[in-house]
Design a protein around this ligand. Structure first.
Ligand code: NAD
Ligand code: G6P
Ligand code: MN
Ligand code: MN
Length: 443
């Protein structure tokens, strides 16, 4: 029987994950699920862990759920280790968002200075987890959901020297649903190719007659004022958007010729995105601050002893379809399903504009030996340089996270297109270093 360990088990997303496992009960002979957290998350772990137990019981399953603060005990002989932790919890995210914004610079969980600091806090922890895995469960797969998902996955391979890792995100799933909706067809009748980095990928789409539909999707959704907002509202996650839902510049996207992800708006229409973020900042309603309220509401619901399913209110969080990625990936590896999925994995030639040994987010076939990335080929000049710059920014960020070297961190800030360079980069860096001191022992 399979032993699954989830690190950051106290996350409000845990019911999403449990639902995904329950849905796949006939494919996955699960014996035990261990939810691991830390002292600060103990109360959350107890509440959501007990809901997980009730969900499993309601489904008539005899899986044993363990709630623990002892990571090493949990990791012993694990088959799959999934990670969904947030070092410093949401209060750290508030700082990631508000400190750059206080200087008139994009403040976001996975992009710009905030995302880089999330990497600085997270990478030392994931590398510790990998060391424990080498000793306690050397055959396990690490399924990483912790953001910044691409950089964390790259750190595991590059510095942890651990290859059995896959990085996940729900954005490609949303992109597929948006395309299918706009073409009024089923996702299964479309073929997609994704290429790029986590929260920085593009895709193309074909129908079952072999015709490329990329330009049509661009026209209907991405080059239409309000088109993306409308398409997102058609998804089940529409309650609250986790990033401002404003429109791209039509001509630029048409010229691009491939479909950007939602996060590309931070780079393509930085001024509009910043304006929206600054308005939220002034009102004390950055995404992190809103999520903190949502989280409190969710945990109130989770406490109800009569609740034994995932409540619909979880859709207010940005992680909709999370379990479709995580649980399907685990099932695909376990059953050698050869599923076609978008994951963060080693490039291995899929994108010819990047080295083989860097992590990219690409369409892949998921086998028992992990993801096999599908060839994307090369990018046009309209995206190639930006992609290479972003990869180098990621590599430099990861290096700073591992070494704790101030000048490397400053270099990463300088490379990041969302951080203005010079004195302002240094000021934001210094303030974030002080604010997050407790979680940055390496600096
Ligand atoms: P959260 O603030 O609820 O944190 C989850 C849990 O992690 C908390 O209970 C916390 O106590 C615990 N934790 C913190 N440090 C830990 C450590 N060292 N070891 C074990 N547990 C630890 O976070 P959330 O909002 O539920 O998000 C969880 C994570 O998932 C975040 O990193 C977030 O960015 C990520 N996420 C990723 C995607 C994606 O597309 N890949 C989507 C949604 C969320
Ligand atoms: C999307 C992204 C995640 C991100 C999440 C934020 O799902 O893919 O990487 O963590 O949104 O959602 P939240 O509700 O925390 O703002
Ligand atoms: Mn994501
Ligand atoms: Mn810069």
């Amino acid at each position: 029987n399979i032993k699954i360990v989830t690190i950051g088990g106290g996350s409000s997303y845990t019911p999403e994950l449990i639902e995904g496992f329950i849905k796949r009960k006939d494919q996955l002979p699960i014996g035990e699920i261990w939810l691991v957290d830390i002292e600060e998350g103990k109360e959350k772990l107890d509440i959501v862990g007990n809901l997980a137990k009730r969900m499993i019981k309601k489904a008539g399953l005899d899986w044993k759920v363990h709630l623990t603060l002892d990571r090493r005990e949990a990791l012993k002989d694990a088959d799959f280790v999934s990670t969904q932790f947030r070092v410093g919890l949401l209060d750290a995210r508030i700082k990631d968002e508000r400190i750059p914004l206080s200087h008139g610079v994009i403040g976001q969980e996975t992009n710009g200075a905030g995302g880089m600091f999330k990497a600085f806090r997270t990478i030392p922890v994931i590398l510790d987890i990998v060391e424990d895995m080498k000793e306690l469960c050397p055959n396990a797969w690490l399924v990483n959901f912790t953001n910044p998902s691409g950089m964390v996955t790259e750190a595991v391979i590059r510095y942890g020297k651990w290859d059995k890792v896959v990085g996940l995100c729900n954005v490609p799933i949303m992109c597929r649903k948006i395309a299918a909706g706009s073409l009024q067809t089923e996702e299964e009748d479309l073929f997609f190719r994704f290429g790029g980095l986590n929260h920085f990928h593009w895709h193309r789409v074909w129908n079952k007659d072999g015709e490329e539909k990329t330009a049509e999707v661009i026209e209907k959704v991405y080059a239409t004022e309000g088109g993306l907002k409308k398409a997102m509202q058609g998804l089940k996650s529409s309650g609250v958007q986790n990033i401002p839902n404003i429109s791209f510049l039509a001509g630029q996207i048409r010229n691009l010729g491939i479909i950007p992800c939602m996060y590309h708006r931070y780079y393509y229409i930085t001024d509009d995105m910043l304006k929206e973020e600054l308005e939220s900042y002034e009102k004390g309603e950055t995404r992190a601050e809103l999520v903190k309220k949502t989280e409190a509401e969710l945990f109130e619901l989770y406490k109800d002893p009569d609740l034994n399913v995932k409540p619909p209110q979880l859709e207010k969080r940005g992680g909709a379809f999370y379990s479709d990625a995580a649980c399907e990936l685990i099932s695909s590896i376990y059953n050698d399903k050869k599923t076609y999925m978008v994951v963060s994995t080693r490039n291995n030639g899929a994108i010819t504009d990047l080295p083989d040994d860097v992590v990219v987010e690409v369409s892949s076939i998921i086998t028992a030996h992990g993801p096999v990335p599908i060839s994307w080929g090369s990018f046009d000049a309209s995206s190639r340089g930006l992609l290479q710059l972003m990869k180098d920014m990621e590599l430099t960020t990861i290096k700073a996270a591992v070494t704790g070297d101030y000048d490397t961190a400053l270099q990463a800030f300088t490379l990041n297109p969302l951080v203005p360079s010079g004195a302002i980069a240094q000021t934001i860096l210094d303030e974030l270093l002080v604010a997050h001191k407790k979680h940055l022992p390496q600096f």
